[in-house]
Write a protein that binds this ligand. Structure first.
Ligand code: SF4
Length: 215
């Protein structure tokens, strides 16, 4: 299983560790005081057998609403797919009070605070990684980790004590480490879905596989 957590699974709402992201958070707080504007907490079932790991909150998505993948384009395909494969119940309505419940699944991000341009710096990935390691370690029934995109993939590998090159990248690539099945997917971003790099059948195949591996 994952190495011992150096911290808690969820950062404090005012986590001060990444100066650039704290500055960005404060800018967003000043411009949009009604937004969440903080580290987006993981969302889902504490008995999750499947953990979905995204990149980082989108400024107008999770940074605005406070729930991962909620309020921006990427959440539509993700939540509809989770519902289809039995990992979520309810109707996704792009707001945190839509009543959606995850069952056997949790969603988190490799970097918990929204980065400018959706691009965290390497140092920010490193600084936030103990929270990811702690998140993984705190899920006693976890079997499958679905990484969405390469930033997620390499941070999960490092959180498990491996090099980023330890597992192959690419859509659908699988790897076994520390008792977990890792499945990599292209990120369900607007760019990937609009260009056809990631289609709905491709994304669904990942979760069909995750369901089979999770038992
Ligand atoms: S990205 Fe992570 S480590 Fe950095 S400030 Fe946010 S919660 Fe803290």
């Amino acid at each position: 299983m994952a190495s011992s957590p150096a911290t808690t699974p969820e950062p404090p709402r005012d986590c001060p560790l990444c100066p650039r992201l704290v500055t960005y958070r404060r800018e967003n707080q000043a411009a949009h005081p009604d937004w969440f504007n903080g580290p987006a907490p993981s969302f889902g079932d504490p008995d999750a057998r499947v953990l979905v790991v995204g990149l980082a909150p989108g400024r107008t998505g999770a940074n605005r609403t406070g729930r991962p993948f909620t309020g921006d384009h990427a959440g539509v395909l993700l939540y509809e797919t989770l519902i289809k494969y039995g990992f979520a119940k309810g109707h996704y309505q792009a707001r945190p009070d839509d009543g959606l419940i995850l069952t056997g699944c949790m969603i988190t991000n490799a970097v918990r605070c929204a980065p400018p341009g959706n691009k965290p710096e390497t140092s920010e990935e490193t600084t936030c990684r103990p929270f990811l390691a702690a998140r993984i370690a705190a899920l006693p029934k976890l079997k499958v980790i679905v990484t969405l995109g390469d930033v997620s993939r390499r941070n999960v590998l490092k959180a498990l004590g491996l090099k980023a090159s330890a597992a192959p990248g690419g859509h659908g690539a699988e790897f076994e480490v520390a008792g977990y099945h890792l499945i990599n997917s292209y990120h369900c971003s607007r760019l990937n879905t609009n260009t056809g790099r990631l289609t709905t059948p491709m994304f669904e195949a990942v979760f069909e596989r995750a369901k089979k591996l999770a038992g």
